[in-house]
Design a protein around this ligand. Structure first.
Ligand code: HPA
Length: 249
């Protein structure tokens, strides 16, 4: 089954025909929100709102271990995460959707493993390619099927937040090789890998990163909200097609 994690601007999937809701208790606590099971374009999926119902949980306080555990326990073997980002690469503009193929983790203090020697024994996993090539392929195919533009590669810098970055920090991230910046991609991706789930992220760009383009003098939050609403319309259609394509792979 496909799990879908909705981020900022996507606390519910309008096209989902809901069959049931289930409060998810795990050895790591409760997930951010009850799991919502339903049918999307004829495919059974399970949806989880990462930041809770009213977007009340900030990125650094999300219980990522409970969320990923809950999706896995519900039967998800692939997880498509929606995570809004700021664009670092000068080619990127609000409204673009990026499918990252790499990430750099700048977060700290987050519970980032199940194998902490407490619940599960210590174990090191391979993370050379942090995203599932199979699920990324389904995303690319789906975008092509519905002729939706998709930026097919990107390096996602995961920052701690909840504040946005300084202009100098964005320059550093760019020197590191990052093309987009967000706050929730880690430890979600590594926890999915530890649970052997396919994981890919769809990253709608909602602003130029700090000090860049429209954000050269500061981030305009009203514009982010407007961009978010507009972009999520098209992202919903893409998610439906990804569910359809993924069910056939
Ligand atoms: N920085 C970090 N996270 C974000 C941004 C940003 O500019 N935009 C959306 N999420």
């Amino acid at each position: 089954m496909l799990g879908i994690i909705g981020g900022t601007g996507l606390t519910q999937l309008r096209c989902l025909q809901i069959s049931r809701r289930e409060i998810a208790r795990t050895p790591y606590g409760e997930a951010s929100h009850p799991l919502i099971f339903g049918n999307l374009a004829g495919v059974e999926v399970v949806f989880l709102a990462r930041h809770g119902a009213g977007h009340t949980i900030p990125p650094h306080a999300v219980n990522y271990r409970a969320n990923m555990w809950a999706l896995h326990a519900a039967g998800a073997r692939s997880v498509l995460a929606i995570a809004t980002v700021g664009g670092i690469d000068g080619q990127l503009n609000a409204g673009d959707v990026v499918l990252p193929n790499q990430l750099i983790d700048y977060t700290h203090g987050r519970n980032n493993t199940y194998h902490d020697g407490i619940e599960l024994p210590v174990k090191h996993i391979d993370f050379t390619e942090p995203y599932s090539s199979q699920l990324r392929q389904a995303c690319k195919l789906a975008a092509a099927n519905i002729k939706q533009p998709l930026v097919e590669t990107g390096v996602y810098a995961c920052v701690q937040g909840p504040r946005l970055e300084t202009a100098a920090e964005i320059n550093k991230l760019e020197r590191d090789g990052a093309t987009i910046v967000g706050m929730t991609g880690m430890p979600e991706a590594v926890l999915a890998r530890e649970l052997d789930m396919h994981y890919a992220a769809l990253c709608p760009v909602v602003n130029h990163a700090a000090g860049r383009g429209d954000s050269s003098k500061g981030i305009n939050f009203a514009e982010i909200s407007a961009n978010l609403a507009r972009t999520m319309q098209s992202v919903c259609g893409l998610i439906e097609e990804i569910a359809r394509v993924n069910a056939q792979t």
